[in-house]
Ligand binder design. Structure first.
Ligand code: ATP
Ligand code: MG
Length: 324
């Protein structure tokens, strides 16, 4: 497996619904090296959160991993029992969420939530845990950390709460941080500061980050590599420059075309026609074909494989060699 920290192979997760059992993600392959940021990008409903929830084994009771492997530090997480997985979660792998206010517990102070996280995985005295919590608050750029230690989440702004969440996530020196839309709920300037912070701590802690977002601006700011997800499948993966400069999949091209240019006077924005199919109505063939202006008969009938353009660039499309 080379120097991969995480390798997801052929991961499929199904949901039991009123209409039957349907896959929400199918045959997902992803890998992540130490110190690398991989962005998973795609429209709402494309399966980004289900991928991260499967990885953390935090699926709701109606969902389950149907097949695949999640190799993290030579262990297959899919095969671990709840106790073994608890040890990994919050220690080697941490997660931050879109809405920090609701992820933090309103009845405990920020400080006590961080010290609790520290004490779960490390044998330290109360004083040592408190000192470490204050140091972490400082590291994530919180002014007056000794004061903030004693405040409750509702007394802080969204941006400050997200910093507290990040401090909590860092408390055990994770090797992998999963961040699901970590800045979507924040306003633009706060968003930029949180992204800067994530980039800085990634270097300081030599962590890998799996960053989930629908925002290509965030991708441009953060990613080393990008996986584009559509209808529960990865449809293109490459380094960030290739994705922006030489995208091959019509879906990736559509996403990039939907970003308004910086100095656009004319306010008409492009959007990909149609919408992401629901898990019980996946089209046959290429799942993107009903929305694709390049679709031909083969796209309607047969699902394309994820093919290598080169070692570092894969695309799931029948027409990659035709310059679409
Ligand atoms: N508990 C569930 N039961 C049934 N289907 C579900 C459940 N949770 C998610 N899904 C479906 O799985 C698909 C992928 O959802 P997911 O939440 O991963 O999308 P996403 O890419 O994270 O979207 P967003 O950008 O809106 O967060 C969607 O079609 C969604 O409706
Ligand atoms: Mg999501």
């Amino acid at each position: 497996m080379g120097d991969a920290l995480l390798e997801i192979k052929g991961l499929s997760t199904v949901f039991n619904t009123d209409f039957g059992v349907f896959p929400a993600i199918k045959d997902v392959n992803l890998s992540l090296k130490k110190g690398e940021t991989l962005c998973v990008v795609g429209e709402s409903g494309s399966g980004k959160t289900i991928t991260s929830m499967s990885l953390m084994q935090l699926l709701p009771s109606s969902g389950k991993i149907a097949s695949g492997e999640i190799i993290f530090q030579d262990k297959d997480l899919v095969k671990l029992n709840r106790k073994e997985m608890n040890k990994i979660r919050g220690k080697s792998i941490s997660m931050i969420f879109q809405d920090p206010m609701s992820a933090l517990d309103p009845v405990y102070t920020c400080g006590s939530q961080i010290t609790e996280a520290i004490k779960i995985h490390q044998e330290v005295s109360k004083e040592e845990a408190n000192d470490k919590a204050i140091k972490l608050l400082k590291q994530v750029g919180i002014p007056h950390p000794e004061t903030i230690f004693h405040t409750f989440p509702h007394e802080l702004s969204g941006g400050m709460c997200q910093r507290v969440m990040i401090a909590m996530a860092l408390s055990c020196n994770p090797q992998l941080l999963i961040a699901d839309e970590p800045t979507t709920a924040l306003d633009v300037t706060v968003q930029a500061r949180i992204l800067d912070l994530l980039n800085r701590i990634k270097r300081e802690f030599n962590m890998a980050i799996l960053l989930i977002t629908h925002d290509l601006g965030v991708v441009a700011e953060m990613a080393d590599r990008v996986a584009v997800m559509y209808a529960g499948q990865i449809v293109e993966e490459a380094d960030v420059m290739t994705i922006f400069k030489k995208p091959k999949h019509p879906y990736t091209k559509g996403l990039i075309k939907s970003v308004p240019p910086l100095h656009q006077k004319d306010k008409t924005l492009y959007s990909i026609p149609g919408s992401v199919p629901t898990i019980n109505s996946m089209p046959k063939g290429c799942r993107f074909h009903p929305r694709c202006s390049f679709a031909t008969d083969v796209c309607i009938e047969k699902e394309p494989d994820l093919r290598n353009i080169n070692n570092l660039h894969t695309v799931k499309c029948w027409h990659i060699n035709e310059g679409v």
